[in-house]
Every structure is written in C-alpha cells, then in structure tokens.
Design a protein around this ligand. Structure first.
Ligand code: AMP
Ligand code: MG
Length: 418
C-alpha cells in the first residue's frame, strides 16, 4: 500500500479545548488495583480510606516530664516518684495526691494524670526518689494528647481520587493501609519514528540525531504516574512501522513521536488508519504542536487511545503537557477532576511579540518575589532547541490575536508539574 501524506487544509483547525474534550470523552472510567504502600507514591487512591484506629490510640504525653495532679502544684512538698514510663511501655500505677510518674514523650499517661510538666521545670532528688516542680502555671490537660484527638476509628482519612504524596504515605501507614487500593495506571506504549534516529548510547553519523524523545517521553509518562512501555525506534517504512504499531495497540495508550506532518515519510496517520485506528482529529490550533494527531483503535476494548506527537522535542513536550498528562491523570482520577486550562497568572518581565493566529505556549521561567509571580519567556531557536529549556519551569501562554505583549501585563502560565 502507499501511504500518502496528509493533505488536509490547515484552516478550521480544532481548538485546544475542543481537542481536550474529544480526548476526555474517550477516556475509560478508572478501575481499581492495589499496590504496596512503598510503591504508592504518585498513584491515585481508588476508594475512600478509613482509619482502623483512633489516633493517638491512647492518651499520651507530648513531652518528657512528670505526670501530676494539678492541686499538687500548689504544695511546697516534693512529689514521690511512682515509676518511669517510656514510649512503648504502659503505666502500672495511677498518679495519686503527693506522687508523680516520670514519663517520656509518646508514652501512655497513667490513670488519674491531670497534666504533664516538662522535665525542664522539675528538679529530681535521686536519693529521695522525689521531684520538685517549679512551674505552677501548668493547666489541666497540659502536654497531654487525648486518644482520638487527631482522628477516630472509622474516619475517612483520604478520599478517592486523591494523589498520593509523601504526606499521604505517612497517613496511610499510620492507619495500617499496607496494601493500597489505587487506580490502575494506563500502560503507555512509546514508539519514536524516524530513519534519522540512533539510540542514545550511539554517536550520530552524518544526517543522524539521537532518539531523545524516547527518554523524554518515558520520563514524562513515569512522572505522570503512567506505566511507560518503550517499543524502540520505528523506522520510516511501512512494514516495520506497521508491526510496531500492532505491538503498541496491545496497550491502553500508544504514543508515537514524529511522522505526523506533511513530509513524504510521515507515514503515521495512514498506517494508523490501516491498523483500524480511527482519526478523531489531526492538527490543532496550537504553537508549537500543530501536527498533533489523535485517534482510537477500533479492535481493542476499551479502545487504545493513540497520540501522534510531533517529532520536535519541544512540540512533543507541549502536546504532552496539554493533552497526554491530563489524559493519564483523568484515566486514574476520572475526567471531571481534570482541567487543562492554565489557572496561574504572573507578571511578564520582557516584551513579547505574538506572531500568527495560534495560541502559543512558550518555554519560560517563573520566579517569585515578595509573593508575586514574574514570568520571563526564554530565548529559544525553535521546537528542536532543548538546551534553552534547561532553565524553564513553565510554559507561558499567549492568546491570539497577534500583538505586542508589554512588560507588566498579567499573563497565564502553565507550571511544569515535576
Ligand atoms: P518529523 O515530525 O518526523 O518530521 O520530525 C520533526 C523533527 O523532529 C525532525 O527534525 C526530526 O529529526 C525530529 N525528531 C523526530 N523524532 C525525534 C526523536 N525521537 N528525538 C529527537 N528528535 C526527533
Ligand atoms: Mg520523521
């Protein structure tokens, strides 16, 4: 068969938000799996998580000191020391008038305790086994954390859909969630197309470049909590690329890079069509990233979602941030929780000329000063220029129509999420 380059007019391109809606309505609802707690970082909780304990599970001391009765603070007499209770031990004697129990941080307080006095406010007479207390301002309940103060058994501590950050890991551990119900991650196959590509450990010969997109896409997918499955370089010939596409269609999502523009060897759209992947859109009103292709496979259930990303690394990155990252998130959180529009704004520090009629996402540096955000578009020499991305930490969004943007204007930014 002969794969013809796509010749669709560039007029009436789909907008970024229309493109997202087309993608979003094809994302299947989240399904549940489990993983061990230490592997749960970055995943999304699938069900509400209840606590199986009160926290703290017992009335405990918040300091190293002495457990006492309040009335004894008024007495000039030293108090007889009952015993010492360390964290992990349980008291054997109640605190009674004229006595005190030495207690360490985290230990259960003895029965009868009305307050704990810090060790710094006490003088111990070892020979007499007594303690004199200097701080008489201690109130009822001082330095005691009551059972269930933080949460009660059965309380929901994390709700379904939450992203698991280190703080959630700590909380899950506290409530005994060793096996965490998490949303299933999409398996994301990656094929980078191009006859000019060589593996990263090779030195490019004349006319060649390294396949940097594969490493970039693997790391992006991993950072989005997807499961990256690299399938290697897909050469620009129909037989080889068709075979790789068939492998890619075995997974939930297939990302291809390159081969989606107007070149003679841009075979991806035609080969996808031949593999029964229905085109949903090709080309988006967007700069960089206009050639983006999106479709869904007819022969898999649920249908594999297929993205043809432009080959240039920055174009790929922009399309990834705008469409693929939210898709992977929505796959695990549900589509309603995900919004792709930039919702931060910052003050522009340098003038910018927007040329053309496409919404433009330009690599930029976002800095904070006295609580205000300032954004500086970075000089770059086009979509292949990864070097100038190094200081970038966001994309700055310029809305058409074309015009001069002035220093001091408030402008939308899309911070890098990693
Ligand atoms: P294409 O869309 O295939 O015409 O590629 C557009 C540009 O991106 C060309 O300059 C390619 O050499 C470059 N490119 C394509 N694939 C990759 C890749 N995997 N890594 C780095 N650059 C790439
Ligand atoms: Mg190519």
């Amino acid at each position: 068969m002969s794969a013809l380059p796509n010749t669709r007019a560039t007029l009436n391109l789909i907008s970024v938000s229309q493109a997202w809606q087309e993608i979003a309505r094809r994302i299947p609802p989240p399904t549940t799996s489990t993983c061990t707690l230490t592997k749960a970082l970055g995943r999304f909780i699938a069900t509400d998580i209840p606590s199986d304990i009160d926290s703290p599970p017992f009335d405990k001391s918040l300091v190293d000191g002495f457990a006492i009765l309040i009335d004894d603070l008024q007495s000039s007499q030293s108090l007889l020391i009952n015993e010492t209770v360390h964290a992990g031990q349980t008291p054997t004697q109640p605190v009674k008038t004229g006595t005190a129990t030495k207690i360490m941080t985290g230990a259960p307080i003895p029965a009868g305790t009305e307050a704990v006095v810090m060790i710094e406010d006490c003088t111990v007479d070892l020979a007499a086994n007594t303690v004199a207390i200097h701080n008489t301002t201690v109130g009822l309940g001082s330095h005691i954390m009551r059972q269930g103060k933080s949460l009660s058994c059965g309380d929901v501590v994390i709700t379904a859909g939450s992203k698991i950050r280190p703080v959630e890991i700590g909380l899950l551990a506290e409530v005994g969630c060793a096996e965490v119900p998490v949303a299933k991650q999409p398996n994301v196959a990656i094929i980078c197309t191009g006859d000019e590509l060589v593996d990263v450990d090779q030195h490019p010969a004349a006319g060649q470049i390294r396949n940097s997109n594969e490493a970039l896409l693997i790391s992006l997918v991993t950072a989005s909590s997807g499961n990256a499955i690299p399938l290697g370089i897909g050469r620009d010939n129909e037989l080889e690329l068709s075979d790789k596409i068939q492998q890619g269609l075995q997974h939930d999502v297939l990302l291809l890079s390159g081969g989606v523009s107007m070149g003679e060897k841009d075979l991806v759209p035609a080969l996808l069509q031949q593999a029964h992947v229905t085109e949903v859109f090709h080309k988006v009103q967007l700069k960089p990233g206009k050639p983006l292709w999106f479709g869904q496979a007819e022969d898999t259930q649920p249908p594999t979602l297929v993205f043809g990303l432009p080959g240039n690394p920055i174009s790929s990155l922009v399309c990834y941030m705008l469409f693929v990252a939210p898709m992977i998130r929505a796959y695990q959180q549900g589509t309603r929780a995900v919004d792709i529009q930039p919702d931060y704004s910052a003050e522009l520090t340098a003038p910018y000329t927007l040329r053309g009629d496409r919404p433009t996402y330009h690599p930029a540096r976002l800095d904070w000063n006295s609580g205000k955000g300032f954004v500086t578009p970075l000089p770059w020499s086009g979509s292949a220029d990864q070097q100038s991305l190094a200081p970038a930490n966001c994309l700055v969004f310029f809305k058409p129509p074309q015009r001069e943007y002035d220093v001091g204007e408030q402008i939308s930014v899309l911070p890098f999420p990693w």
